[in-house]
Design a protein around this ligand. Structure first.
Ligand code: FJE
Ligand code: FE
Length: 324
């Protein structure tokens, strides 16, 4: 027995030394048991940033991950806020143009109302995928007395989609595909994982996965090679990229290097919860003025005028106010 395993080890090592693409082959073999997660170039952590709390909206508290000064350029992502809001705080009537907002609730609820008559409340586990396109004016207010918490991601739209008609994709928790394997659970908000696919249509190709890993588990997730990708840790402690990297605790953004997959280990004694978000870069100029994101300064000036005079998508602004 010992002789055989020793022989196997030696031949594997020989092979590793003698083959130029040895790591490629070894990795392929290591992950053959789960074909869907096989990859060749692991992504590593390029940058690790703590998302400190700050005030936003009207008395709300957010941990801004993407969008803070150290994390401005993660094309196509503009912002990731981990928000916590209790009445009377909230995000009262405000406009958007030129991008999408994706709100995923972790606890409590958010009630949204917009100038086209849409109204609804999303609660724990639910997602609202809003494509602002040429214009939305809405309010986003807490639904419960305490602990209304979630993540809001802003995804840029390409120049050809910026002025599209606004659109909503609402996903109650029970319609978000979920899969579990060896103590690792994934909710697929966008894209694919463990063989399950999200029904969300992403104009800017995007993956948005929510993982919960039990103590002592590992996971190897494929990510399209040319995409930008990052992790945001919600709870617990995990090792990301390679087994020797130092553990990351909650509330950090990890920007990933190029590669075709990410490995994660939970060596701690508590569950690890994080999101893995990736998207195809648009490679277009970005000019942002608060909630307006366009390609040029003159488009921003035009947008401010459109909003002010109620034109080109903001017609209803003159007649609408959210109800308390
Ligand atoms: C906004 C300030 C804001 N993060 N997270 C300026 F607060 C907002 C805004 C939000 C927001 C809303 C929710 Cl529900 C969750 C958020 C910022 O609404 F859009 C601008 N321009
Ligand atoms: Fe908003």
């Amino acid at each position: 027995m010992r002789a055989i395993s020793h022989h196997l080890l030696v031949s594997l090592l020989d092979w590793r030394i003698s083959t130029s693409r040895s790591l490629f082959s070894l990795r392929t073999i290591m992950s053959q048991s789960d074909h869907s997660s096989a990859f060749t170039t692991p992504r590593l952590v390029l940058k690790k940033v703590l998302a400190k709390s700050q005030h936003e909206g009207d008395g709300a508290v957010v941990r801004r991950g993407i969008g803070r000064s150290e994390l401005k350029n993660l094309d196509p992502f503009l912002m990731l806020d981990h928000f916590s809001v209790s009445p009377p705080a909230g995000f009262p009537d405000h406009p958007h143009r030129g991008f999408e907002t994706v709100t995923y609730m972790l606890e409590g609820g958010i009630t949204h109302q917009d100038f086209a008559g849409h109204k609804g409340t999303i609660r724990k586990g639910d997602v609202q995928w809003m494509t602002a396109g040429r214009g939305i004016i809405h309010s986003e207010m807490p639904a419960e007395a305490n602990n209304n918490k979630g993540l809001q991601l802003w995804i840029n739209l390409s120049s050809r989609d910026k002025m599209m008609e606004p659109n909503y994709q609402e996903l109650p928790s029970e319609n978000i595909p979920r899969a579990e394997k060896d103590g690792v659970e994934v909710r697929v908000i966008a894209g694919e994982a463990m063989g399950v696919h999200s029904p969300v249509y992403t104009r800017t190709p995007t993956m948005y996965l929510v993982f919960c890993m039990m103590p002592g588990t590992q996971w190897h997730q494929r990510i399209p090679e040319s995409w930008n990708a990052f992790v945001y840790t919600i709870e617990g402690e995990g090792v990301f990229g390679c087994p020797s990297s130092s553990p990351t605790v909650a509330h950090h953004v990890l920007v990933l290097s190029q590669g075709d997959g990410l490995s994660v280990w939970n060596n701690s004694s508590k569950p690890l919860r994080f999101v893995l978000i990736g998207g195809q870069p648009l490679n277009e100029p970005v000019v942002q003025y608060g909630p307006f994101v366009m390609n040029t300064q003159s488009e921003i000036e035009k947008t401010i005028e459109d909003y002010h005079y109620g034109r080109n998508g903001f017609e209803m602004s003159k007649y609408w106010m959210s109800q308390q």
